[in-house]
Design a protein around this ligand. Structure first.
Ligand code: 2M8
Length: 412
């Protein structure tokens, strides 16, 4: 493995996807600033250009709504290559930048702290300026997306795991009546067999139309939610991000009592996501049923500081089941599909968060194994959006920002 050449390639990808203060996930397929992609980009930039890393995070929070929410997409410049664009979301006037009306997993606080660590002295004022914005965003989560300590999503795009089987029953309960005609753009960039189905998209767009009709008003939306699923991605990531926000508060001399309260609530909530088999999964809050699915999000427990012998056993089995690890949905299940997006392929960013958690919780061997496996995948198959767990083949978009970022910050 030629690490220097790969490092250079990764930096080139980040520079190439830079649109001036923000990074797109990949040219063509995703032409805007996505929330968690951008936070990963900042972490990648922090390895060689700390100033650029701060700019990424600052542009991200510049889209914050007055209710504290930081949107999942910021539409800085119009681009016909992506659907649904700002007109479909209809959020005009809600925030300072045209945006979507939902959020995404809050990894930003964690990577802001990591960016600060890259240059603590110069970074302190930048961290100080970001802190209240990140705190308000976390407070919004705790106010509008938290039930019994679990963070729920109101749209599959909110969790970032668009078409994962965890949503199947909640999606099936939606009748996308009146959604109308629309033209997808994603399937003109990549093979439709790697993307969500039309049935999924009808429901995605129907949910967006509903939000638009309700003016994206939190209280109005909270009434009778057609899609309300407690999610391990969000719950574990917010719990971790609150721990890091607490560290930030310590550094800045801010009071952290409110944050500690959130950490307690989320720790309790995370425990509720454990199903009868000891696996952390999603719960459809409209029915109370666990999904019963082992997914890449199940393994984020360590990242959130939660130990689990059952999950260690699942991980050991996952290492044996497929040549490449960790599939986004468990191998050997009915729903597993090695190419279709979040229903089987490997996502480097999820491996990274899991690896960080494992190492921190004392499972260094497993963390190293996962890191090596991820590095090999990238070295052999490139900086793809995701990878086939059976063959390692690259899938989805190429020259992908977050894959380059995790290479620089963690895998290499
Ligand atoms: C994917 O999601 C977008 C919608 O937000 C899409 O498919 O159009 C997901 O993989 C998500 O996690 C990611 O942030 C986004 C951009 O990479 O693409």
């Amino acid at each position: 493995m030629d690490v220097t050449a790969l490092d250079q390639q990764a930096r080139k990808i980040l520079r190439g996807n830079d649109r001036g203060g923000y990074t797109v996930p990949t040219d063509g397929l995703y032409p805007y600033q996505w929330n968690w992609d951008s936070a990963f980009a900042a972490w990648g930039f922090a390895q060689f250009d700390v100033e650029r890393a701060w700019a990424e995070l600052e542009t991200l929070v510049s889209g914050q709504w007055s209710n504290g929410m930081i949107p999942h997409i910021l539409f800085h410049k119009p681009d016909p290559g992506y659907f649904p664009g700002p007109d479909v979301w209809g959020t005009e006037g809600k925030g300072p930048v045209l945006s979507s009306g939902i959020t995404q997993p809050p990894v930003a606080a964690t990577f802001a702290l990591a960016t600060h660590e890259a240059d603590p002295e110069a970074g302190l004022p930048r961290l100080r300026a970001l802190y209240p914005k990140l705190r308000d965003w976390h407070r919004w989560f705790m106010t509008w997306r938290c039930e019994d300590g679990m963070i729920f999503v109101t749209h599959p795009w909110e969790a970032g795991r668009d078409n994962c089987p965890d949503w199947d029953t909640a999606m099936a309960a939606i009748d996308p009546v009146g959604v109308g005609e629309y033209t997808r753009r994603d399937t003109s960039h990549v093979d439709p067999a790697m993307r969500p189905t039309k049935e999924d998209y009808d429901r995605y767009i129907w949910l967006v139309q509903r939000g638009k009709r309700l003016g994206w008003d939190d209280a109005a939306m909270a009434d009778d939610m057609p899609f309300k699923v407690a999610d391990p991605t969000m719950t574990f990531i917010l719990l971790r991000a609150c721990r890091d926000l607490g560290r930030m508060a310590d550094l800045l001399g801010e009071d952290r009592a409110e944050i500690d309260g959130w950490i307690d609530r989320l720790t309790e909530g995370a425990g509720r996501l454990r199903n009868g088999k000891g696996v952390f999964d999603a719960i459809n809050l409209n029915t109370g049923a666990h999904s019963g699915h082992l997914s890449c999000a199940s393994y984020l427990c360590w990242y959130a500081g939660i130990e689990s012998e059952d999950m260690l056993a699942c991980l050991d089995k996952a290492f044996e089941d497929t040549p490449y690890t960790i599939p986004s949905h468990a191998f050997g299940t009915e729903e597993f599909n090695p190419k279709r997006y979040w229903r089987g392929p490997i996502w480097g960013i999820l491996n990274t968060l899991t690896g960080i958690g494992l190492a921190e919780m004392g499972h260094e061997d497993r963390a190293a194994r996962l890191r090596r496996a991820t590095a090999d995948l990238i070295a052999e198959h490139g900086f793809a959006e995701y990878f086939d767990p059976l063959t390692g083949e690259p899938a989805g978009g190429g020259t992908f920002t977050w894959t380059a970022a995790i290479w620089l910050a963690w895998a290499s």
